[in-house]
Design a protein around this ligand. Sequence first.
Ligand SMILES: [Zn+2]
Ligand SMILES: [Zn+2]
Ligand SMILES: [Zn+2]
Length: 168
Amino acid sequence: MPCAHKHARGILVDIIIAEHELRMHSQWQERIKRKLESSCTTTGNLKSPNEKLVKEFHSELYKLLPEASELSRKLYEAESMLPANPLKRNYEDNRKDPKWYMRKELVADCAGRNGCCSRGCGCCALRATESYERGVGHCTVECSCCVSFRGFEPSPMERQEIKFWYPE
Ligand SMILES: [Zn+2]
Ligand SMILES: [Zn+2]
Ligand SMILES: [Zn+2]
């Protein structure tokens, strides 16, 4: 049944895109939080926040929060489109392990994109929480470690990268 097959592929692509956008978004939030932490200047034992930067980062963060719940709802909806068996079962079995994404092929993919898996920092494995969480996985252009390694922030164009990998 070629039609059914194509349909399943479409659902998987929707999931991949939704997952990537949520992951990029959570790495974005993470990166702003780190910028917030490092915007304190330390003099001796005293840490004093740079008011202007703190304000700027807070407003960046507040703008992102409503989007986060929107993106996780989108992923949830895409997942709910999976046909019951065997795709859904495979998908759910896979994600019982919070480090499901540390599979060899996905690590190689991250390394190939010059993500943290191409260096010795181990950020990707460290991202895993105790139980499976949506949006946790390999580096996107928003990974704070990759951004400081590169030395510049991602452009709006780079944030759209997933749309170029899977054109409609
Ligand atoms: Zn790293
Ligand atoms: Zn990274
Ligand atoms: Zn990685």
